[in-house]
Design a protein around this ligand. Structure first.
Ligand code: DX5
Ligand code: ZN
Length: 229
């Protein structure tokens, strides 16, 4: 039997990386943000927490505003706050490019109004789902969002263990979006590292958020390339 001339190459799944500054050195935030761009990162992920929606407090509007002139990368702002509609204008005006709201944080009506407002301000509206929220809960928001963020840890803290059991939800969202004809990016956030990244990509993720794994990586440009290819 003739041997095939070429060995079939394994499919390479590409993704974008959004390093999360939650794990940055806050005394050297400007240095760390400039390095994300230099190291080949695609977005800067900024985790906004209010101590109510999640049991942690992080950054607010002034930090987003201060970060804006430091990088040309898009700012991917993840709001983990109650009733985010109250702050949509402020975060968009501060320089957010993607603004992500948790669907668990307000009524469907308010969340849709907030998403429409983000789009009207010329920014990319996005929603996020906590681990306990099923894929189907996102359906009413499909027409209004450019990205859906699937949490693979309980929101609130960096450095938690990746929940591999969220992968079916990611695949389900991808097929629901395709069936409905929606052009929407899928992002994964929580516990993404060199081991778990491939599962996310295989399950349909376009953008991988990575906090502790990126900041701990001894060779960051190499880590970024590994996530992207
Ligand atoms: C957690 C945040 C994440 C966090 C991820 O609530 O939304 O963006 O920075 O950190 P790691 O990658 O360490 O899990
Ligand atoms: Zn996040």
């Amino acid at each position: 039997m003739m041997k095939p001339k070429f060995k079939k190459k394994e499919a390479v799944i590409m993704a974008k990386i959004a390093p999360s500054i939650l794990s940055a050195d806050f005394m050297n935030l400007e240095r760390d943000i400039r390095a994300i761009e230099k190291n080949g990162g695609d977005y800067v992920h900024i985790d906004v927490m209010d101590g109510n929606f999640v049991p942690n407090i992080t950054f607010g509007v002034p930090v987003v505003k201060a970060v804006r002139p430091v990088t040309s990368l898009p700012l991917d702002v993840h709001l983990m706050i109650d009733r985010p509609i109250r702050y949509v204008d402020a975060f968009c005006n501060a320089g957010a490019d993607y603004l992500t709201l948790h669907i668990e944080a307000d009524t469907q009506e308010n969340t849709i109004s907030a998403l429409k407002r983000i789009a009207a301000l010329g920014k990319a509206p996005a929603i996020s789902l906590k681990p306990g929220t099923p894929a189907e809960a996102a359906i009413p928001y499909f027409p209004y969002c450019s990205m859906i963020l699937v949490m693979t840890v309980e929101p609130g803290f960096g450095g938690q263990k990746f929940m591999a059991d969220m992968m079916p939800k990611l695949r389900r969202l991808r097929s629901l979006l395709t069936e409905g004809g929606f052009d929407c990016l899928l992002e994964v956030d929580g516990g993404v590292d060199s081991t778990t990244a491939s599962q996310c990509k295989e399950s349909g993720a376009d953008i991988l958020v990575t906090g502790s794994a990126y900041f701990k990586a001894p060779d960051k440009p190499e880590f970024v390339k590994m996530i992207q290819s």
